[in-house]
Design a protein around this ligand. Structure first.
Ligand code: FEO
Length: 400
């Protein structure tokens, strides 16, 4: 008995849960694991849609054979995305079904050739191309840079199912529940979906918006992403979240992130947070950048309008963990936040000054002058903490 799930009469989920890998893309922690979703359509023609990470399943081929039958071949392998967490098993599939047609766009094939050396059996599609499987008619939608150059989606005109690749995907394994109506989304998956979006796809938010434009007016009953739950009960929920995140829409709240070697910058973070609370802000999060993984920090920044960053001086710059965060934010092109800055130093400074250079680069709305404190914060420093908190609250209330 293989672990496959029927989505409809002819469409099956044949994915795999990965609870072993520590770091996705060897960077992003997976405390709750991740699923790799692969789909199979068994019609007059058979079509596999995306494969699995290499080695993630020892019975993947058995699942396919079990569903299509021993005597049939696989007609098409549709490749929406070539990143190895989905293309890693292509070679294995081609070895078993050497006549399978590889369905992709011109950019897909460039990567296939680079990865596997395959030059034959290509079935090239373009935006709007259709493929007839018998009962199911598929249409291809080019959605480049969500989040690789070759990314595309496959829309099933018959059952109105959208095979969306990484778009609408989520960290976290599928623990029994596969569909959105079988899981606790808000209590469990939503944080992991935003962490996935912000860290993996978020840099290309403008391309996500372009993809939304292409999908405008398309009647979608079901969204089948390559990671996380399948959406069939409330597709508008996941569409709404991705739309909101890709437009950098945030909530009223403040995340304070600091780098502190000996506790002085940390003291100011707590002081600012207390003042924010006294002024009515309920959603306040404080993180030590040296302890909390970058992916969680970016997730929180994607959530809240207010961001307050602090750093002690370190060799005339900011603490390297804060430098890593700010450099990543610049690289991602994160937009539209209110910003407060603070820091401390023992001799020449550098933490707050470097944070100010970050602000100049990203052009977030600086709510007040940066605070830079020499030595242990005194009453004057804490009064300045209150000035940052007051300015942040004033602007938050005006904007959100
Ligand atoms: Fe899930 Fe971009 O690979």
């Amino acid at each position: 008995m293989h672990n496959t799930v029927k989505i409809s009469d002819k469409i099956f989920w044949i994915g795999e849960n990965d609870r072993r890998t520590e770091l996705f893309e060897n960077m992003w922690p997976l405390p709750n694991g991740v699923s790799y979703n692969s789909y199979l359509i068994v019609d007059e023609k058979t079509a596999l849609i995306d494969t699995l990470e290499y080695g993630s399943s020892d019975d993947y081929l058995d699942k396919i054979e079990n569903l299509i039958g021993k005597d049939r071949s696989l007609d098409y392998l549709i490749i929406n995305h070539m990143e190895p967490d989905h293309s890693g098993s292509i070679k294995m599939v081609v070895n078993k079904y050497p006549n399978v047609k590889l369905v992709g766009n011109i950019k897909t094939f460039k990567i296939i050739e680079a990865y596997f050396g395959f030059k034959d059996n290509w079935y090239q599609v373009e935006d709007g191309s259709e493929l007839d499987l018998g009962y199911h008619k598929l249409k291809f939608v080019m959605t480049p840079w969500v989040h690789w150059p070759e990314t595309m989606m496959t829309y099933d005109l018959t059952e109105k199912a959208l095979f969306s690749g990484d778009a609408f995907g989520c960290f976290g394994t599928l623990d029994g529940g596969i569909f959105d109506d079988e899981i606790e989304f808000e209590d469990y998956y939503e944080q992991e979906m935003r962490r996935y979006y912000s860290n993996i796809v978020g840099k290309y938010s403008n391309m996500v918006q372009k993809a939304f434009k292409k999908l405008e007016g398309v009647d979608i009953n079901c969204i089948c992403p390559t990671h996380g739950p399948i959406w069939r009960a409330d597709v508008n929920k996941v569409l709404g979240l991705y739309n909101k995140w890709s437009k950098y829409e945030t909530e009223e709240g403040v995340v304070i992130i600091y780098g502190s070697m000996y506790g002085n910058t940390a003291k100011m973070a707590d002081s600012i947070a207390r003042k924010l609370s006294e002024k009515g802000i309920k959603k306040i999060r404080i993180y030590d950048a040296s302890k909390t993984h970058l992916s969680y920090l970016i997730n929180e920044i994607w959530r809240y309008k207010g961001v307050i960053l602090g750093s002690c001086a370190y060799n005339s710059g900011m603490l390297p963990t804060m430098e890593n965060l700010t450099r990543t934010l610049e690289h991602m092109g994160v937009k539209d936040h209110l910003l407060g800055l603070f820091g401390s130093y023992s001799w020449n400074g550098g933490g707050a000054k470097s944070l100010y250079r970050f602000q100049e680069n990203v052009q977030w709305d600086l709510v007040s002058d940066p605070l830079d404190t020499k030595g242990i914060p005194d009453d004057e420093a804490f009064e300045k903490c209150e000035i940052i908190a007051s300015a942040m609250v004033e602007k938050l209330k005006a904007k959100v």
